[in-house]
Design a protein around this ligand. Structure first.
Ligand code: SAM
Length: 234
């Protein structure tokens, strides 16, 4: 095996502050906005000239949150309820050799502020701080394959989860102006049912928490119903 050395060209500034509750693929939650901040060496317009002609881009990145945990030959895809194993190369699992991930995301704009060049992205599935190792434009004529099928992951994952907010939480969200899409963002994250497979099989009310942006959010799950019970600045 050859060894290569790769350095990040930038990193992601994302509302997802922990792994739990991040959607399992990009574009499942369109309200998930992020910035790609270029590293000083790549902080020049020349590197991205022409990129604004593309609506979507591929991000190649390092699963930095789990890279030190190594990999296994076989993994349990959440799609299969955590009961069945597949070869790591037959999945999009995070625990893989080289810990490299890829996501096709929406490119919403380019920002140049206080000498810092950034790409404005939406529909991301990346943890805050994720190192980006390359960017490529998404090419519909080649990347979108009409005749493709995908076995155990053939369809967009759908759940029947409903989401409700207590009046206090709704009021809090409506009062803040920094993130106009916050209500839909939280709602769509919870509709993905981020719970691990073994929790989904349990009966009774369960309580969970996550941090989005700088908000600590708590919710309760009962059957297929979520109630967001609290939100506060962290
Ligand atoms: N779209 C990518 C791919 O196919 O390579 C990622 C798929 S992976 C199944 C998505 C999960 O990776 C997310 O739900 C989140 O838990 C995890 N994740 C995202 N960014 C990460 C990071 N920087 N380090 C470790 N795990 C991360």
């Amino acid at each position: 095996m050859s060894d290569y050395s790769i350095s990040a060209i930038g990193h992601i500034q994302s509302p997802y502050k922990q792994k739990f509750a991040i959607p399992r693929q990009p574009r499942l939650v369109p309200e998930a906005k992020a910035k790609l901040i270029f590293a000083p060496e790549f902080n020049r317009e020349e590197f991205i000239r022409g990129i604004d002609e593309f609506t979507h881009i591929w991000l190649l990145f390092r699963f930095h949150g789990t890279a030190d945990k190594g990999f296994s030959a076989m993994v349990r895809p959440p799609r299969l309820g955590g009961n069945e194993r597949k070869g790591v190369f037959a999945t999009r699992a995070t625990f893989r050799p080289n810990a490299i991930g890829m996501s096709a995301v929406k490119l919403e704009g380019i920002e140049y502020k206080n000498g810092q060049l950034s790409l404005l992205l939406a529909g991301i599935d990346l943890l805050d701080g994720t190192p980006i190792i390359d960017i490529k434009p998404y090419l519909p004529y080649s990347d979108a394959m009409q005749d493709a099928s995908a076995g155990f992951a053939d369809t967009r994952p759908e759940t029947q989860m409903s989401v409700e907010f207590t009046p206090e939480v709704t009021y809090f969200i409506e009062q803040q102006t920094q993130h106009p899409d916050l209500l839909n963002f939280i709602s769509n994250v919870l509709k993905q049912d981020p719970r691990p497979a073994y929790k989904k099989q349990k009966d009774g009310e369960q309580s969970y928490g996550m941090t989005l942006y700088d908000y600590n959010i708590r919710w309760q799950v009962n059957g297929e119903h979520n109630v967001v019970t609290s939100i506060e600045k962290s």
